[in-house]
Design a protein around this ligand. Sequence first.
Ligand SMILES: Cc1cc2nc3c(=O)[nH]c(=O)nc-3n(C[C@H](O)[C@H](O)[C@H](O)COP(=O)(O)OP(=O)(O)OC[C@H]3O[C@@H](n4cnc5c(N)ncnc54)[C@H](O)[C@@H]3O)c2cc1C
Length: 392
Amino acid sequence: MSVKLNNVECCGCGACENICPKHAITMAEDKETFRYPSINKDLCVECGLCEKTCPLNYDDYIKPDGVKALVGINKSADVNFKSSSGGAFSSIYESYLQDGYIIYGVKFDENLQPVHDAAGTAEECEKFRKSKYVQSLDNGCYKKAAADLKAGKKVLFSGTSCQCAALNAFMKALRINTENLVTVAIVCHGVPSQRMFEEYVKEEERKQNAKIISYSFKNKAPHDNGIDTRSSYIIFDNGQTSIRTTRNDPFLRGYYLRLFYRPSCGLCHFARQERVSDITIADAWGINKQYPELKPVEGVSLILFNTAKGKEKLAEISEKMNLYEVSTDWALNSQALFSRPTEMNPNRQRFFELWEKTDFKKAVYRCTRPTFKKTVLFALRPIKKALKKIKK
Ligand SMILES: Cc1cc2nc3c(=O)[nH]c(=O)nc-3n(C[C@H](O)[C@H](O)[C@H](O)COP(=O)(O)OP(=O)(O)OC[C@H]3O[C@@H](n4cnc5c(N)ncnc54)[C@H](O)[C@@H]3O)c2cc1C
């Protein structure tokens, strides 16, 4: 038994590398720059642990029957502003920190690479705020969380569903007691590779002749007459700041047009109603139809409490959030990701072919040029707006 090498469905979580007792597995980049396990057959003793922890073999799904769904926003405007959705994650980690839990999440490291890390204070946890739209480096997090649990510590682990499934399977394979483990899955529609983001950052730094010291996706600072949830906020080391949108930023453009996700994201096993974690968090798109006072564009969280363990801190979380009841049925139909994986951009392959020959930005723009029809419609927008006003 061994992991299926370069399987198109491999999500690159790195759990197999973490679990291998012989260090026979290393993660290596493929041509498209995504990381896959590579096995040194001379070291492999065919113990099968890699297969046991692989999320592709996961089958411990939680049925949606007992799921409690709530939507809401953090009572702190500051926390909200610094979070991607409605600041649910902050209210969750604050509640568990009080009980001495170690919090695992994804931060940008000093090289602007998203990495999983552990934190024990509120200040350290702030680095986990905001989605990083890049696959995180596991940084040995499965192994470290297992060691924490074995040492009798309490662990709250947050990550994408594939990462939470990998972690659960990891603990099961090593027969580690998970009484003190709580998992929080972040709904995710796809991840680009670390290398891609790195190349993009390098290109931007060259262009600006300055280093990027902070990059924040899902910027909530208003610009161009409002908030654009698909924008990012960049700070350079020369003091310059910049708000980027899908119109002027190749990474955001490619990301939101689903141009360069990992192949497995298009085949995601976890884009389904059954859950894999104690709690699931996402954006509450469309909630304004039920609660007009809530504005999804400013960030509203959807929180699914999937297990009895997940519901334990509901009262404490409620103290930190303004929460509203929604039916589980509404929640699990509020976005396609609860029933099917993301559809990849038809130009995905072309992008990777072009990126081999040219720089990142050119490759993105060549693959995402608007059609003639779209260009005309865009140009006609001010006229349409003016006509609407006249009619009123
Ligand atoms: C790659 C990606 C794609 C997403 N796509 C969707 C989507 O299609 N629909 C939707 O409803 N929600 C999506 N989300 C989730 C959403 O953007 C928010 O992250 C989530 O609702 C939590 O927001 P918050 O305000 O509660 O807290 P925040 O403070 O913003 O929480 C951030 C949380 O995300 C974790 N995190 C950040 N980056 C990563 C990463 N690269 N990998 C794993 N964990 C990470 C942090 O550890 C923390 O737990 C996505 C998130 C990511 C990272």
